[in-house]
Design a protein around this ligand. Structure first.
Ligand code: AMP
Ligand code: MN
Length: 329
């Protein structure tokens, strides 16, 4: 018996009206986990409001249940309990949630090592490849039937957070669960086609502007850092939404000899959302943590204010000082 979810299952049995939430700028794991738990609870007769502060990126709008996600909690009233999935800090659930008067017990289900355990009940497992793996385990522990719609959402959660099963997070458990979801009827090619073979052409127009910004900074010891930048001006010129820059950071990390790849994405004038990706030698969550962000060892993010050059300099300062300090000494 899986004991980790005993308290969660008690909350499920006790409640009727639930809220499910995930983080701002949602990606595959946030949306897949949110909809997985939402559909599972609805299937046993619970009233569930699924809330995201930000819109669902177009590449994920095919997910079963996505059409029921709401983006405001005005007039929502009180809930018996709230499921927060894939989110390390309460503030990242968005302004609408923070302003909500009656979330009930907060059930925090997450896999970020940087999670600050903001829930009344916390199931935090940094070893899980995706929050979707934990929702999978919860559904099994609660003996809820895994429908194809739930399976599709959880498959996408695991698939996207493991980088299509390429990252070190792609454990035997992740493969085993994904395999089980495929057995239920999820089609890997259908999912890949919808997510990765369906980009609007303007994503490539934007990429064409971003690649020339490549800046490679060589550090002592032969390692280097690669930085790409995308500005508001580029988004405007390409007619592209902000989420179309998702994934560009991988071009930076993908370079030979590069230890950390970075994408600096201007989200408002002189404010940058920073995405960092490491090959494993540097804990980028430690670097983003210094700036109030979070994430995982190999993938982390934070937001910084200032000019592009200023933001770059501050980040490089921390990387050089904190991360390579021990090796230099
Ligand atoms: P991203 O670069 O946005 O794909 O994020 C990589 C990882 O870092 C994800 O696990 C995010 O949840 C986490 N992350 C990104 N931005 C932040 C932030 N501002 N605060 C905390 N965690 C973040
Ligand atoms: Mn995740």
């Amino acid at each position: 018996m899986d004991k980790r979810f005993d308290k969660v299952i008690k909350e499920i049995n006790r409640g009727k009206k639930f809220l499910a939430v995930s983080h701002v700028s949602p990606e595959g794991d946030a949306i897949g986990s949110l909809l997985g738990i939402t559909l599972a609870l609805r299937s046993i007769g619970k009233d569930v409001t699924a809330y995201l502060e930000d819109p669902v990126p177009k590449m994920f709008d095919f997910l079963p249940g996505a059409e029921t996600i709401v983006h405001t909690l005005d007039g929502a009233g009180a809930f018996d309990a709230t499921f927060a999935v894939d989110c390390g800090q309460k503030e990242r659930l968005g302004k609408g949630f923070i302003a909500l008067k009656g979330p009930g017990s907060i059930i925090n289900i997450d896999h970020h090592a940087t999670n600050d355990r903001f829930g009344d009940v916390n199931v935090i497992e940094p070893d899980a490849s995706a929050a979707g793996e934990l929702v999978y385990d919860l559904i099994k522990a609660a003996s809820i039937n895994m429908t194809l719609d739930i399976a599709t959402n959880l498959y996408v959660a695991i698939h996207t957070d493991t980088g299509s099963f390429r990252y070190s997070s792609a454990t035997a458990d992740a493969f085993m669960k994904a395999g089980e979801l495929v057995r239920i009827g999820v089609s890997p090619w259908e999912i890949s086609r919808r997510i990765y073979e369906n980009y609007p052409a303007r994503k490539y127009v934007l990429l064409g502007m971003v690649l020339p910004t490549l800046d490679i900074i060589n550090l002592d010891g032969g390692k280097s850092i690669a930085i790409l930048a995308v500005t508001l001006e580029m988004f405007r010129k390409a007619g592209a939404e902000k989420d179309l820059a998702d994934g560009f950071v991988n071009y930076a990390r993908g370079i030979e000899g590069v230890e950390v790849g970075m994408l600096l994405r201007e989200i408002s004038a002189n404010e940058y959302k920073v995405s960092m990706r490491s090959k494993g030698g540097v804990d980028v969550a430690e670097v983003t943590g210094y700036f109030g962000g979070g994430g995982h060892r190999n993938a982390a993010g934070c937001t910084l204010k200032g000019s592009l050059e200023d933001v770059k300099a501050r980040i490089m300062g921390v990387i050089k000082e904190k991360t390579f300090a021990t090796e230099k000494a």
